[in-house]
Design a protein around this ligand. Structure first.
Ligand SMILES: C[S@@+](CC[C@H](N)C(=O)[O-])C[C@H]1O[C@@H](n2cnc3c(N)ncnc32)[C@H](O)[C@@H]1O
Length: 189
C-alpha cells in the first residue's frame, strides 16, 4: 500500500493547523473526503467553506458530512472557487485545493488554470499569518500540465520573507504523478 501519496501527505501536513483553524476553505469539495477531514479535525467553532461547481459533488459532500453529523460546520457552496471573495471576507487559516476532476465521475468538468490561479491568489491574499494552503496538481491529465505550470509559476513569485513554499514530487514515478505544493504564510509584510 502506498502511504506516501499527495492527498494523504497534504492532510498530514495540514492537520496541526486545521486543529486550530477558525476559517477553512475546501476549494474543490468533490466527493467530500477532504471536506470531511477538515470538519472532523477542526475546532468546534471552526467554519468550513466548501466550493464545487457540480451539483452532484455538493450533494455527495453533504451526504458524507451528514453521515458523520458534521454538516452544521460546513457551508457547501455551489459556485466556482474563483468567486471566493464573494463569500469570505475574513482571514483564512487553512485552504485545500485538490485539483483536476472527480475520479470515476464526469471527466469533462475539471479545474482550469485561470480560475485556479485566480482563486489561489485570492486565498493567498486573505491568508492569516501562520495560515497554510495545500494544492494537489495532476500534470498527467488533459489541461493538468498547463494548470500545474500556472500554479507553479504563480507560487514561485511569493516573497520568501513572507511565505514558505514547498513542493513534493514523486520523482521516481512515471506518467506525471500528482504534485503537492504547500504554502505557509510567515508574516504579514
Ligand atoms: C479532484 S476533485 C476534488 C476531490 C475532493 N477534494 C474530495 O476529497 O473528494 C476536483 C473537483 O473540483 C471541482 N471543480 C472544478 N472546477 C471548479 C471550480 N472552478 N470551482 C470549484 N470546484 C471546481 C470538480 O467539480 C471536482 O469535483
Amino acid at each position: 500500500m502506498q502511504t506516501l501519496n499527495a492527498i494523504r501527505l497534504s492532510q498530514e501536513l495540514l492537520l496541526p493547523k486545521v486543529a486550530r483553524a477558525r476559517c477553512i476553505v475546501d476549494a474543490t469539495a468533490g466527493n467530500g473526503k477532504d471536506t470531511l477531514f477538515l470538519a472532523k479535525n477542526s475546532p468546534e467553532h471552526g467554519v468550513i467553506y466548501a466550493f464545487d461547481i457540480q451539483e452532484n459533488a455538493i450533494e455527495t459532500s453533504r451526504e458524507r458530512l451528514m453521515e458523520h453529523n458534521l454538516d452544521g460546520k460546513v457551508q457547501l457552496i455551489l459556485d466556482s472557487h474563483a468567486n471566493i471573495r464573494s463569500y469570505i471576507n475574513k482571514p483564512i487559516d487553512v485552504a485545500m485545493f485538490n485539483l483536476g476532476y472527480l475520479p470515476g465521475k464526469c471527466h469533462e468538468t475539471m479545474t482550469m488554470a485561470e480560475s485556479t490561479v485566480s482563486a489561489l491568489t485570492d486565498v493567498v491574499d486573505q491568508l492569516s499569518v501562520g495560515g497554510i494552503i495545500s494544492v494537489v496538481a495532476y500534470p498527467g491529465h488533459n489541461h493538468g500540465q498547463e494548470e500545474n505550470n500556472a500554479v507553479r509559476k504563480y507560487i514561485m513569485t511569493l516573497q520568501s520573507k513572507q511565505f514558505t513554499v514547498i513542493c513534493i514530487d514523486m520523482i521516481n514515478h512515471i506518467n506525471h504523478p500528482p504534485i503537492l505544493y504547500i504554502i505557509e504564510k510567515l508574516k504579514s509584510e
